[in-house]
Write a protein that binds this ligand. Structure first.
Ligand SMILES: NC(=O)c1ccc[n+]([C@@H]2O[C@H](COP(=O)([O-])OP(=O)(O)OC[C@H]3O[C@@H](n4cnc5c(N)ncnc54)[C@H](OP(=O)(O)O)[C@@H]3O)[C@@H](O)[C@H]2O)c1
Length: 336
């Protein structure tokens, strides 16, 4: 099977119009089923998804090992089409605590060496630091990745959660394929300055949080119990009155979805797909059922009236609560 494709930036790879974000298969959304996770990666590859997104810190290497196993056990033709997008730089403690970011060139080479080994590949397709290291100029971090590109260990350079000034400095150092950043119906911050900057420079977006981590998927309810290690148990948007308010937005969206005979998640994904050919949603499906639902968004056609109705139901600044808790917000160069 083939899916619609989009190109990352002016120099990056051609990828499926939806990428599979594998984070939840190892971390941050409570327990995941390993067998079902690998079956989901296989089903995605079979359906024509070519972009697999991970981070070396998702479960401290667990996610890369899982993707490595999925690639090893996939049919050769599917494995050869798969492109890996890997984030590095987040520092963790044995208890899982987050303790900053390391973008020093020696650290970049070290992180890459371990990722190649865990993934079982001879190159990474798109490599990026997860957050700006405030102590290391972006030129040095990007320069170190550019050296890995020269040596054939990395194909393309990406960025993650950085703002317009950092994007310009990075792009002046080496070609940048994409910025990975949160973007969706209730997370519209990039539209003001970041997206115009990316378009000026010919850099694409790989969008995460398109479903706002499940909040606007249509499957989330106020009575859902979240484990203490679930990101959403601490996310402002999932707390008390904020959650109740945000779920009313979902109900408005549900009316539109029902009129079109599709699901809420499909409307939310299709809306992001409709914002430009330079945007590739990364979907955090970790079961085949969620994957199938997400891929269905590629068949949803939204005309101008649909888009207007969606924006009226969920205006740009409608969400209650920030997208991260304060300590994590402080690491976002994109929010400065
Ligand atoms: N660069 C960064 O800073 C950054 C940050 C976060 C994530 N990411 C990347 O982006 C990827 C996607 O992010 P995300 O997981 O937060 O985004 P998401 O797709 O907004 O949220 C995934 C969550 O939505 C739920 N969901 C409900 N219906 C779904 C459907 N039809 N398809 C998929 N999920 C559905 C899943 O639920 P269940 O509970 O049913 O599984 C899962 O908990 C990650 O896997 C990761 O690779 C990058």
């Amino acid at each position: 099977m083939t899916l619609d494709t989009r190109i990352l930036g002016t120099t990056g790879p051609r990828v499926s119009a939806l990428g599979l974000g594998c984070m939840g298969m190892s971390a941050l959304y409570g327990d995941a089923d390993r067998t079902e996770s690998i079956a989901t990666v296989h089903a995605a590859l079979e359906a024509g998804v070519t972009l697999l997104d991970t981070g070396d810190f998702y479960g401290m290497g667990h996610n890369e090992l899982l993707i490595g196993e999925a690639l090893r056990t996939a049919p050769a033709a599917r494995r050869e089409q798969a492109l890996t997008s890997v984030k590095f730089g987040a520092l963790r403690g044995p208890d899982g605590a987050w303790s900053g970011y390391d973008g020093r060139p020696a650290a970049v080479r070290n992180f890459a060496a371990y990722s190649l080994q865990r993934l079982g590949v001879d190159h990474i397709d798109v490599y990026r630091i997860a957050r700006l290291d405030p102590d290391v100029p972006i030129e040095e971090t990007v320069g170190a990745i550019a050296e890995l590109v020269e040596k054939g260990y990395v194909r393309h350079i990406g960025l993650s959660e950085v703002g317009a000034e950092t994007i310009r400095r990075a792009a002046a150092t080496a070609p940048i394929a994409d910025l990975q950043i949160e973007y969706g119906l209730i997370t519209r911050g990039i539209e003001r300055e970041i997206l115009p900057t990316l378009r000026e420079l010919g850099i694409s977006v790989t969008a995460y949080g398109v479903l706002s981590r499940g909040l606007i998927s249509g499957h989330f309810s106020a009575d859902r119990q979240l484990a203490a290690n679930d990101f959403r148990a601490h996310s402002p948007r999932f707390q008390g009155d904020n959650l109740r308010h945000n779920l009313t937005l979902v109900e408005s969206l549900r009316k539109i979805a029902e009129q079109k005979g599709v699901s809420v998640a499909q409307i939310a994904i299709a809306w992001v797909l409709a914002q430009g050919e330079d945007i590739v949603p990364l979907i955090g499906a970790r079961t085949r059922e969620r994957l199938t639902e997400s891929l269905g968004a590629l068949d949803v056609v939204l005309d101008a009236d649909d888009l207007a109705a969606i924006e009226a139901a969920v205006p740009a600044d409608a969400a209650a609560g920030e997208r991260y808790a304060p300590a994590a917000m402080a690491h976002l160069d994109s929010e400065r």
